[in-house]
Design a protein around this ligand. Structure first.
Ligand code: GRF
Length: 216
Protein backbone atom coordinates (compact mmCIF):
# COMPACT_ATOMS: atom_id res chain seq x y z
CA UNK A 1 0.00 0.00 0.00
CA UNK A 2 1.29 3.45 -0.84
CA UNK A 3 2.52 5.37 2.17
CA UNK A 4 1.02 8.80 2.59
CA UNK A 5 2.99 11.95 3.38
CA UNK A 6 1.69 15.33 4.50
CA UNK A 7 4.08 18.30 4.22
CA UNK A 8 3.77 21.35 6.46
CA UNK A 9 5.54 24.52 5.37
CA UNK A 10 5.55 28.29 5.77
CA UNK A 11 7.95 29.57 3.13
CA UNK A 12 9.76 29.03 -0.15
CA UNK A 13 9.53 25.24 0.04
CA UNK A 14 12.90 24.12 -1.31
CA UNK A 15 12.94 21.08 0.99
CA UNK A 16 9.45 20.20 -0.16
CA UNK A 17 10.72 20.59 -3.74
CA UNK A 18 13.51 18.11 -3.04
CA UNK A 19 10.95 15.57 -1.79
CA UNK A 20 8.78 16.24 -4.81
CA UNK A 21 11.77 15.71 -7.12
CA UNK A 22 12.49 12.39 -5.43
CA UNK A 23 8.86 11.42 -5.83
CA UNK A 24 8.84 12.33 -9.55
CA UNK A 25 11.89 10.16 -10.19
CA UNK A 26 10.41 7.25 -8.24
CA UNK A 27 12.94 7.61 -5.42
CA UNK A 28 10.48 8.39 -2.63
CA UNK A 29 8.90 5.50 -0.72
CA UNK A 30 5.55 7.27 -0.49
CA UNK A 31 3.29 9.86 -2.09
CA UNK A 32 2.93 13.48 -1.05
CA UNK A 33 -0.84 13.69 -0.66
CA UNK A 34 -1.26 17.09 0.93
CA UNK A 35 0.74 20.28 1.52
CA UNK A 36 -0.42 22.56 4.32
CA UNK A 37 0.77 26.12 4.85
CA UNK A 38 0.03 28.59 7.60
CA UNK A 39 0.97 31.46 5.29
CA UNK A 40 -0.99 32.33 2.14
CA UNK A 41 2.08 33.65 0.29
CA UNK A 42 4.29 30.60 0.93
CA UNK A 43 6.19 29.69 -2.23
CA UNK A 44 5.73 26.02 -1.33
CA UNK A 45 1.98 26.33 -1.96
CA UNK A 46 2.62 27.44 -5.53
CA UNK A 47 5.04 24.53 -6.06
CA UNK A 48 2.35 22.12 -4.84
CA UNK A 49 -0.35 23.68 -7.01
CA UNK A 50 1.86 23.45 -10.09
CA UNK A 51 2.48 19.78 -9.31
CA UNK A 52 -1.27 19.11 -8.81
CA UNK A 53 -0.82 18.20 -5.17
CA UNK A 54 -3.69 19.03 -2.84
CA UNK A 55 -3.07 22.05 -0.64
CA UNK A 56 -4.65 23.54 2.45
CA UNK A 57 -4.13 27.00 3.88
CA UNK A 58 -4.63 27.28 7.62
CA UNK A 59 -3.73 30.88 8.38
CA UNK A 60 -2.58 31.11 11.97
CA UNK A 61 -3.55 34.78 12.05
CA UNK A 62 -7.20 33.74 11.96
CA UNK A 63 -6.85 31.94 15.30
CA UNK A 64 -6.99 33.43 18.77
CA UNK A 65 -4.98 30.64 20.39
CA UNK A 66 -2.25 28.17 19.51
CA UNK A 67 -4.52 25.35 20.73
CA UNK A 68 -7.31 26.32 18.33
CA UNK A 69 -4.87 26.53 15.40
CA UNK A 70 -3.26 23.18 16.22
CA UNK A 71 -6.67 21.51 16.64
CA UNK A 72 -7.73 22.54 13.13
CA UNK A 73 -4.31 21.60 11.75
CA UNK A 74 -4.57 18.15 13.34
CA UNK A 75 -8.06 17.67 11.90
CA UNK A 76 -6.93 18.44 8.35
CA UNK A 77 -3.88 16.18 8.71
CA UNK A 78 -6.01 13.33 10.08
CA UNK A 79 -8.36 13.56 7.11
CA UNK A 80 -5.64 11.93 4.99
CA UNK A 81 -4.39 9.50 7.71
CA UNK A 82 -0.73 10.01 6.82
CA UNK A 83 2.10 7.64 7.64
CA UNK A 84 4.39 10.64 8.03
CA UNK A 85 4.11 14.38 8.58
CA UNK A 86 7.12 16.28 7.26
CA UNK A 87 7.87 19.72 8.65
CA UNK A 88 9.69 21.56 5.86
CA UNK A 89 10.32 25.09 7.04
CA UNK A 90 7.13 25.19 9.10
CA UNK A 91 7.63 28.25 11.28
CA UNK A 92 5.19 27.46 14.07
CA UNK A 93 5.87 26.00 17.48
CA UNK A 94 3.50 23.07 17.93
CA UNK A 95 1.58 22.39 21.13
CA UNK A 96 2.36 19.40 23.30
CA UNK A 97 -1.04 17.89 22.55
CA UNK A 98 -0.43 18.12 18.78
CA UNK A 99 3.05 16.60 19.12
CA UNK A 100 1.69 13.76 21.30
CA UNK A 101 -1.08 13.00 18.83
CA UNK A 102 1.42 12.48 16.00
CA UNK A 103 4.36 11.17 18.04
CA UNK A 104 6.69 8.98 15.97
CA UNK A 105 5.17 10.29 12.72
CA UNK A 106 6.57 13.83 12.77
CA UNK A 107 9.93 14.71 11.19
CA UNK A 108 11.63 18.10 11.10
CA UNK A 109 14.78 19.42 9.48
CA UNK A 110 16.87 21.97 11.33
CA UNK A 111 19.85 23.89 9.91
CA UNK A 112 22.40 23.14 12.63
CA UNK A 113 24.38 20.30 14.10
CA UNK A 114 21.86 19.54 16.85
CA UNK A 115 22.03 19.63 19.82
CA UNK A 116 23.90 22.83 18.92
CA UNK A 117 21.78 25.87 18.17
CA UNK A 118 18.13 24.97 18.49
CA UNK A 119 15.83 27.84 17.49
CA UNK A 120 16.50 30.63 15.00
CA UNK A 121 19.54 32.30 13.43
CA UNK A 122 21.60 29.10 13.48
CA UNK A 123 24.07 30.02 10.73
CA UNK A 124 25.10 33.31 12.30
CA UNK A 125 25.45 31.69 15.71
CA UNK A 126 27.83 29.05 14.31
CA UNK A 127 29.90 31.79 12.63
CA UNK A 128 29.94 33.95 15.77
CA UNK A 129 31.22 31.03 17.82
CA UNK A 130 34.09 30.37 15.43
CA UNK A 131 32.89 26.82 14.74
CA UNK A 132 34.79 24.81 12.13
CA UNK A 133 31.63 23.03 10.93
CA UNK A 134 27.94 23.72 10.65
CA UNK A 135 25.27 21.52 9.08
CA UNK A 136 21.75 20.18 9.23
CA UNK A 137 19.88 17.55 11.19
CA UNK A 138 16.67 15.61 10.52
CA UNK A 139 14.97 14.62 13.76
CA UNK A 140 11.72 13.33 15.14
CA UNK A 141 9.69 16.05 16.81
CA UNK A 142 9.01 15.99 20.54
CA UNK A 143 7.69 18.67 22.86
CA UNK A 144 11.19 20.10 23.22
CA UNK A 145 12.05 22.70 20.54
CA UNK A 146 14.39 21.09 17.96
CA UNK A 147 15.07 18.47 20.60
CA UNK A 148 13.74 15.08 19.44
CA UNK A 149 15.83 12.03 18.47
CA UNK A 150 18.10 12.69 15.49
CA UNK A 151 17.85 10.51 12.39
CA UNK A 152 20.61 11.88 10.18
CA UNK A 153 23.06 14.74 10.33
CA UNK A 154 25.19 16.32 7.60
CA UNK A 155 28.30 18.36 8.39
CA UNK A 156 29.39 21.27 6.23
CA UNK A 157 32.83 22.89 6.71
CA UNK A 158 32.79 26.60 7.49
CA UNK A 159 35.04 28.44 5.04
CA UNK A 160 37.03 31.58 5.74
CA UNK A 161 35.06 34.63 4.70
CA UNK A 162 31.74 32.79 5.01
CA UNK A 163 28.67 34.91 5.52
CA UNK A 164 25.50 33.49 7.02
CA UNK A 165 23.88 33.51 3.58
CA UNK A 166 26.74 31.67 1.87
CA UNK A 167 26.81 29.11 4.64
CA UNK A 168 23.03 28.73 4.57
CA UNK A 169 23.14 28.08 0.80
CA UNK A 170 25.70 25.29 1.18
CA UNK A 171 23.79 23.75 4.08
CA UNK A 172 20.56 23.88 2.08
CA UNK A 173 22.19 21.73 -0.61
CA UNK A 174 22.80 18.96 1.90
CA UNK A 175 19.36 19.42 3.47
CA UNK A 176 17.95 18.48 0.08
CA UNK A 177 19.92 15.23 0.17
CA UNK A 178 19.30 14.11 3.73
CA UNK A 179 15.59 14.83 4.04
CA UNK A 180 14.40 12.43 1.31
CA UNK A 181 16.79 9.86 2.79
CA UNK A 182 15.31 10.16 6.29
CA UNK A 183 11.76 10.11 4.93
CA UNK A 184 12.49 6.89 3.06
CA UNK A 185 14.02 5.24 6.13
CA UNK A 186 10.90 6.09 8.12
CA UNK A 187 8.44 4.97 5.45
CA UNK A 188 10.20 1.69 4.82
CA UNK A 189 10.09 0.83 8.53
CA UNK A 190 13.85 1.00 9.09
CA UNK A 191 13.61 3.34 12.09
CA UNK A 192 12.32 2.41 15.53
CA UNK A 193 12.22 4.41 18.74
CA UNK A 194 12.46 2.46 22.01
CA UNK A 195 12.96 4.04 25.44
CA UNK A 196 14.16 7.28 23.90
CA UNK A 197 16.79 5.54 21.72
CA UNK A 198 16.44 5.59 17.95
CA UNK A 199 17.39 2.42 16.07
CA UNK A 200 18.05 2.04 12.36
CA UNK A 201 17.88 -1.51 11.07
CA UNK A 202 17.82 -2.56 14.77
CA UNK A 203 21.17 -0.86 15.48
CA UNK A 204 21.14 2.10 17.90
CA UNK A 205 22.02 5.40 16.21
CA UNK A 206 24.34 7.91 17.88
CA UNK A 207 22.52 10.78 19.63
CA UNK A 208 23.32 13.02 16.67
CA UNK A 209 21.85 10.52 14.18
CA UNK A 210 23.58 8.77 11.30
CA UNK A 211 26.44 10.82 9.90
CA UNK A 212 25.69 11.61 6.27
CA UNK A 213 28.44 11.07 3.73
CA UNK A 214 28.32 12.69 0.32
CA UNK A 215 27.99 10.14 -2.49
CA UNK A 216 31.44 9.50 -4.06
C1 GRF B 1 15.48 25.24 6.02
O1 GRF B 1 16.70 25.86 6.26
C2 GRF B 1 15.16 24.25 7.10
O2 GRF B 1 16.30 23.66 7.65
C3 GRF B 1 14.48 25.11 8.15
O3 GRF B 1 13.72 26.02 7.40
C4 GRF B 1 14.31 26.21 6.13
C5 GRF B 1 13.24 25.92 5.12
O4 GRF B 1 13.63 26.20 3.82
N1 GRF B 1 13.68 24.31 9.05
P1 GRF B 1 12.72 25.77 2.59
O5 GRF B 1 11.39 26.49 2.75
O6 GRF B 1 12.57 24.29 2.63
O7 GRF B 1 13.47 26.25 1.39
Amino acid sequence: MTRRIVVLLSGRGSNFQSLLNASLTGELSGSIDLVISNRPQAGGLAIANNANIDTALIDHQAYATRDAFDADLAGVIDSVTPDLIVLAGFMRILTQSFVSQFAGRLLNIHPSLLPLYPGLNTHQRALDNGDTHAGATVHYVTGELDGGPSVIQAKVPIESGDTKDRLADRILQVEHQIYPQAVNWHLSGRLALRNGVLYKDSVPLPATGELWRAPQ
